[in-house]
Design a protein around this ligand. Structure first.
Ligand SMILES: O=C(O)[C@@H](O)[C@H](O)[C@H](O)C(=O)CO
Length: 495
């Protein structure tokens, strides 16, 4: 079966297909006397290597008449990284405008590569939060493995990043750095006291006065009743505002400093460090952002990006909800602060926020980071709705069953009553659910239950059939992603 393929591989005349074998010809690579290429036979992918030398010997696989067949394992990914460095994640050392492309299935990166390959965007192909890893029962090395193999498969050599997203503990940061993360998104939300904003002035004063005097005097000496003016931004910091910000953020600022000094600064490889304060109960006041930024500067903490929580609603998998003029004013203030202190603004939950993308591109002067993830999952669900109606109906029904559990993890304002009943939808109309915001949110936040729930015998209810179906329609999925992410990039003025 492989005889002609191996002959052509050795002879530099490789074709894209051989007797039921798809050859990813863009993956063809050579290191000294060894050649390797990625193929797919049925649903299984293999590395096929010929020749001799370290690369050939290092690949873990099965020898057979002068060639080696190797599974795309974690160990073999590390071998590819060793001999073909472009397959390993790197930091965005040129601080290029970047997009996070979270892939919960491990199948989306080929489509992402098609969307970004002719642009100057720095892509973060390996981006998953701890929440996503928990929900999908994946390890972080699986995320980097999937991205690296896709980069090898597509022959993408422009560099990509790996974001350890929404990490809250030093242990998780160290673990994901050890696994190859080139960007760390520190989520300090657990150190942010969201209750302070609900206090009235009297309650606020009472709570503030019992705060350690050294903390109070530190911030009062630096910020009390001060006016800040730069790059078109003018901020006045009143005692009330300062008391709120100190009580809300002082612990988070200390934690950021601890993480930076203990882990980020000593880390020997280039690394992007993002501060995420977007998952809070209220929008980030620009004064709060300024104080945090000034403290990071004064503590010699260097960050690449900061993710504030903007005004309006950034709900999962649907467009922005809010007043665009107010959003414009809000992001303009945050950008002025970011540019003053020398970092970029990061926009989380960027999936499908089409109405604000032109504003983001304009107000950041084209220098930003935008994160997506859910939309790449929803494109897979849309392929099922188009190609596998019976399975889609099961997925949709299970999402309805598990929706209330999912709302504990994701803030959404979904109204299930706005979602037409499955019973009333003909098969050819099922894709219309993916144009219904409430259905998009239903299908988005229940991804973990769809992928991991099992029956009483321990058999997956949907997972295996979901992946098998997607495998059968992989080119459709890849095309969906290319078109959909290209729409994101175009509106961000990146394509
Ligand atoms: O769902 C998650 O936990 C992540 O996708 C997280 O929301 C991520 O930081 C993001 O903003 C993707 O749009």
């Amino acid at each position: 079966m492989y005889k002609q393929l191996i002959k052509d591989l050795k002879g530099d005349s490789l074709k894209p297909y051989y007797e039921g074998i798809k050859v990813y010809t863009d993956s063809l690579s050579q290191y000294l006397a060894a050649k390797v290429v990625l193929i797919r036979q049925g649903a299984q992918k293999f590395l096929v290597a010929t020749g001799s030398g370290e690369l050939y010997e290092d690949l873990i696989g099965y020898e057979n008449n002068g060639f080696k067949l190797a599974f795309p394992t974690h160990e073999n990914r590390l071998v590819l990284n060793k001999y073909f460095p472009y397959t390993a994640p790197v930091a965005n050392t040129e601080h290029r405008t970047s997009v996070g492309l979270g892939d919960r299935l491990g199948l989306a990166t080929p489509g992402h590569i098609r969307a970004v390959k002719d642009t100057d965007v720095f892509p973060i192909f390996a981006q998953q939060s701890v929440r996503e890893l928990d929900m999908t029962h994946r390890k972080y090395e699986d995320v980097i493995d999937a991205a690296s193999y896709a980069v090898f498969q597509e022959g993408y050599k422009k560099g990509f990043g790996a974001d350890g997203d929404h990490l809250k503990t030093k242990e998780d940061i160290l673990k994901e750095l050890d696994l190859g993360a080139t960007m760390i998104t520190l989520d300090s939300s657990e150190k942010i006291d969201n209750t302070i904003l609900d206090l009235n002035d009297e309650e606020l004063l009472t709570k503030y006065e019992v705060l350690d005097a050294s903390i109070r005097s530190y911030y009062e000496e630096k910020y009390l009743d001060s006016d800040v003016k730069f790059e078109g931004l003018s901020l006045s910091i009143s005692k009330i505002q300062l008391m709120r910000d100190v009580l809300t953020y002082y612990a988070a600022i200390s934690f950021i400093q601890e993480v930076y000094e203990e882990i980020i600064k000593p880390y020997k490889l280039p690394l992007d460090f993002e501060i995420s304060i977007d998952e809070t109960s209220t929008p980030t006041n620009p004064i709060s952002h300024y104080i945090i930024a000034q403290e990071l500067k004064d503590r010699n903490i260097i960050i690449s990006t900061m993710a504030p929580r903007f005004i309006g609603e950034f709900q999962k998998g649907i467009d922005y909800i809010g007043d665009l003029d107010m959003f414009t004013q809000d992001i303009r203030a945050h950008v002025a602060i970011a540019e003053h202190f020398g970092y970029r603004i990061s926009v989380h939950s960027g999936s499908d926020k089409f109405s604000i993308f032109p504003i983001v591109a304009r107000e950041t002067h084209g220098k930003f980071h935008v994160k997506t993830a859910g939309t790449n999952w929803l494109e897979a669900v849309e392929v099922l709705a188009e190609k596998e109606p019976a399975l889609y109906r099961e997925v949709h029904a299970h999402a309805l069953d598990r929706f209330s559990d999912a709302t504990a993890l994701y803030h959404v304002t979904t109204n299930l009553n706005n979602i037409p009943s499955l019973h009333d939808m003909e098969d050819d109309k099922l894709p219309e659910y993916l144009k219904n915001n409430d259905a998009r949110q239903l299908l988005h936040i229940t991804y973990g239950y769809i992928l991991r729930d099992q029956d009483e015998h321990g058999n997956f209810l949907l997972r295996e059939r979901f992946f098998d179906a997607l495998d059968d329609h992989m080119e459709d999925y890849t095309k969906h992603l290319d078109e959909h992410i290209s729409r994101h990039l175009a509106l961000l003025n990146l394509k």
